[in-house]
Write a protein that binds this ligand. Structure first.
Ligand code: NAD
Length: 400
């Protein structure tokens, strides 16, 4: 097995990598044949690999397995190889149809991290925690810039999360109230950052009823933001996940006292939005900053003002609830929207270290097997056709 770590070539550039120098050293010590392609944008400079004896090569044509993070440009795809990356094809994403076509035509085996799951159907490689961490940081960065009550550096400009924690220790956050939605990876990452910032977590009921003389947040699971349309008691979360169309939003309790909302749920297209655009224009709506990590784009979205995804370079846009349209960021009567859709890339060192740990723990042992059920289930393309579990992409592949 000859492994190649490829350079990220997608634009805007992603500085994450699947295996850090630390991981490469460990694998080479185990006798694994591994080569890294040089990169000018990777968060670990080439020198960090070379100084540790990790071989680098521009030409990876002698490798069997090529490992990257984001989509590989079609012209860079090497025929007859096995590739691992986030291809963003399994939901028939229009913008990557040609990429999947090229993968099939070039006889590539494509294994996509997003569909790599264990026997309990849980994903084995995911970046949600880092998206939540950066999402929470950016929410506070936005609030600080808007109010000038405190200042934070951008996460992307800090060396790593440890450096961010040092900044939090020196920052005095005002007595604001934050509502965080979700209980999964994103929400856990966001909660961790809020805790490190010194926010106190309070129960939803206390958050709604009480005033606090310190910064607080509350974290909502679906029971707190949704209710059954038929008026029956909502007591079965799996029913909500399966039949979201039978539920309405129950989020309005949190509108009059929240300064910031951080959205970290997974949202299905038929689920209720938290609030309507009309509600956002009402005097009852006090939220000033929305960090929508979930980031589904309106009108098919859980937040009606997520008009578009923003970028790491320009992370915030303003939303005027009166005109329901985009305006300049950091205004006084408008709402600031932080809708970056590649948040983990602002924390590339930490995200890459975690990525490599997950890859080595869960994927490498599968690669060493003769025939891996996990890898077979995540194979989107192979032998010039679709993988058995991805036949549903046939029309998409054929461009129909
Ligand atoms: N903006 C970014 O850069 C970025 C990066 C990573 C993930 N995301 C997005 O964040 C969202 C959450 O990701 P995650 O990794 O935390 O997911 P997760 O599966 O770990 O957690 C999702 C949570 O959403 C809630 N939920 C509500 N309805 C649900 C349903 N029908 N099915 C499952 N969960 C439901 C639950 O609280 C659950 O714990 C996803 O939409 C993901 O695409 C965004």
């Amino acid at each position: 097995m000859k492994i190649g770590i490829i350079r990220e070539e997608k634009n805007p550039p992603d500085s994450r990598v699947t295996l850090s120098p630390r991981h490469c050293i460990a694998l080479i010590e185990q006798g694994i044949d591994l080569v890294v392609q040089p990169s000018a944008v990777r968060c670990f400079p080439d020198a960090d690999y070379l100084q540790n004896g990790v071989p680098m090569a521009e030409d990876l044509s002698d490798r069997d397995i090529l490992i990257g993070v984001k989509e590989v440009p079609i012209d860079s795809l090497l025929a007859d190889k096995t590739y691992f990356f986030f291809s963003h094809t399994y939901k028939s994403q229009v913008y990557n149809q040609k990429l999947l076509r090229a993968i099939v035509d070039k006889n590539i085996r494509l294994i996509d991290y997003e569909v790599l799951t264990n026997e309990n159907n849980a994903r084995v490689i995911a970046f949600g925690k880092f998206a939540g961490m950066v999402g929470a940081h950016n929410a506070l960065w936005t609030y600080g810039k808007r109010t000038a009550e405190f200042e934070l550096p951008r996460m992307k400009d800090l060396f790593d999360y440890q450096a961010a924690k040092e900044v939090y220790g020196k920052t005095k956050f005002p007595n604001i109230k934050i509502v965080l939605t979700g209980t999964g990876r994103v929400a856990k990452g966001a909660a961790m950052v809020l805790n490190d910032m010194g926010f106190t977590k309070v129960r939803p009921i206390d958050y709604v009823k009480n005033e606090f003389d310190k910064p607080v947040y509350t974290q909502l699971n679906s029971f707190f933001y949704a209710k059954r349309k038929d008026g029956e008691v909502f007591d079965e979360v799996l029913d909500f996940y399966k039949n979201p169309q039978d539920y309405d939003s129950d989020f309005d309790h949190f509108l009059p006292m929240s300064d910031i909302m951080i959205n970290g749920i997974y949202w299905t297209n038929t689920g209720p939005a938290f609030f309507t655009a009309d509600q956002m224009a009402s005097p009852n709506f006090k939220i000033k900053v929305i960090a929508d990590v979930t980031c589904d784009i309106a009108p098919v979205s859980s937040i009606p003002s997520t008009l578009r995804a923003s970028t790491i370079a320009e992370p915030v846009f303003g939303y005027d609830p009166k005109t329901k349209s985009e305006v300049a960021a950091f205004g006084t009567d408008t709402i600031d929207m932080m809708t970056v859709d590649n948040l983990p890339n602002e924390l590339p060192r930490d995200a890459s270290e975690a990525f490599g740990d997950m890859f080595i723990a869960h994927v490498l042992p599968e690669l060493q097997k003769e025939n891996s059920e996990m890898l077979n289930k995540a194979t989107i393309a192979q032998n010039k056709t679709l993988g058995p579990d991805f036949e549903y992409l046939r029309d998409y592949l054929e461009g129909k």
